[in-house]
Design a protein around this ligand. Sequence first.
Ligand code: BDR
Ligand code: CA
Length: 307
Amino acid sequence: MKQVIIDVDTGIDDALALILAINSGKFDIKGITTVCGNIPVELATENTLKVLKLLKRDDIEVYEGCSYPIAREIIFKESVHGENGLAGELKDINIKKKNEKHGVDFIIDEINSHPGEISMIMLAPLTNLAMAFKKAPEIIAKIKELYIMGGVVDGRGNESPVAEFNFYTDPESAYEVLNSGVPIKLIGLDVTRKAPLFESDLDNIVNNSDVTNFVKNITNHYIDRASIGKDVRRCLLHDPLAVAVAMDESIVEMKDYFVDVEYSSRLSDGQSICDFNNRYGKKPNVRVALELDRDKFMKMFLKSIIG
Ligand code: BDR
Ligand code: CA
């Protein structure tokens, strides 16, 4: 079983990703770290604990990480993720306390205790990992691999015209991680745009349970927000797709490229730069997911909800 740490800013699609990761039974989850991104880190921690409680898996520890990106401010807006980051859901659920250890220290200790064994699934700005690299550079050589939901190499962003949200929010951290030398599989908008969940897909969820009702409610909200100005009612399953690739890499086609990220520009901070034609002459540092078997992914995703 793959040993993983999952890093989240829970968020609707992070919540769906956690459901997939946990219900798949494919992972030995060593712990979950939280970071600011979609919402403040304290709320991300609370939401993560709530999702674990809903799934009856609050034996998994949650470690709160960084409250700010490494070198810039963050402005939280009521986003596509709604009122509490979970479309107003799970307001009255009782949760246990977060673990007192800081997320960055948890990452450092866990990687140091299991060298070469742990894969990390990164579903948020990369601040916790970049901080861990600064504090304990020896862990860089000990991480097995990274699955990162972030970036976009076709130039069309979702937060700025050219930048994807997770890279845009903390591009300095994205830079540290991309250039660290750790094996990276990048699941960016190029491929998550090929993973739409249509409103009609929800009709497959026929059974009634606390989990299915939660999924339907948050997803309906996500679809409402994501479909503004669009002809079709759908949302994109960014974070669940990164988890699904960690479960079964054969659902995507990946190609090796050198990818970097801009962080000091007037217009393009957070933009991923993919050297398709090897103009820099550098060794590829990333396996970029570019094509997707949507049917296979959707089956994995729906199975994790329906059972
Ligand atoms: C990413 O940004 C966040 O809003 C989502 O949770 C996902 O991690 C997509 O750009
Ligand atoms: Ca996320």
